[in-house]
Design a protein around this ligand. Sequence first.
Ligand code: KIV
Length: 277
Amino acid sequence: MYTHLEQRDSTRPPVSLGPLDRMKREGEKIASITCYDASFAVLCDAADADVVLVGDSLGMVLQGHDTTVPVTMDDIVYHCRAVARGNHRPFLMADLPFASYPTRDVALKNSVRLMQEGNAAMVKLESGPNQLEIVEFLAKHDIAVCAHLGLKPQSVHKTGGFRVQGKGSDAARRMLESARSLESAGADIVLLECIPSELGAEITKAVEVPVIGIGAGPATDGQILVLYDVLDITSGRKPRFVKNFMEGATSNLDALRRYVRAVKDKSYPAPEHEFHA
Ligand code: KIV
């Protein structure tokens, strides 16, 4: 009955929140990456990524939209199921897409879909003071939650574009308070996108849960990048924090290994990838 447990590779047990918390405490950087299908999931796993995110960035890199707004629950569930089939060790996180968490009950229903149909271990939602009640409700229902702060791509039409967030002391103080309140509400991970490195460092120190950054400086507990940026598949102007790991690599797997190694040995992000207040 438990034959699937016997088949597990005990030298590479699946990552869960416990090991991620330990990595924060011990200063080992958490290497995270987005992923959208089974074949790349196998490569991300082989490269020893700790966290894999089925991000709504798939709306831009796979579907060709200008923003993540058109991505639906069905899209994320479909890609999450595919990723889950190729994934063994990395902790599997999935995005709640635009307008899929307007109330706590709808957020719960959609989070359950991501976990039961998509096999996700954690859901991520773009957060702020308005999502505190939702995060608390999900946490009370034993759902692992990642609270995404800073640049929130689902809000670009409201906030006016893809810009660095948390600049200036008022904006920085508000984001720090949000991170603390979201942690108190039950968030298990905080993700910071596109903020000054100084603020990334301050928030990482202020909360006990792991903080994963993308364009948030070198001090966060981990880094995440979009798979297609790491492999230099995306065309057009790239954000400052993006690094092409295909340069000098012999294969996609080699590039992914170089990315994981660079996060672990802290050579990525380098000063040229940072924003400052
Ligand atoms: O959707 C996504 O890929 C993300 C990352 C940018 C963190 O949210």
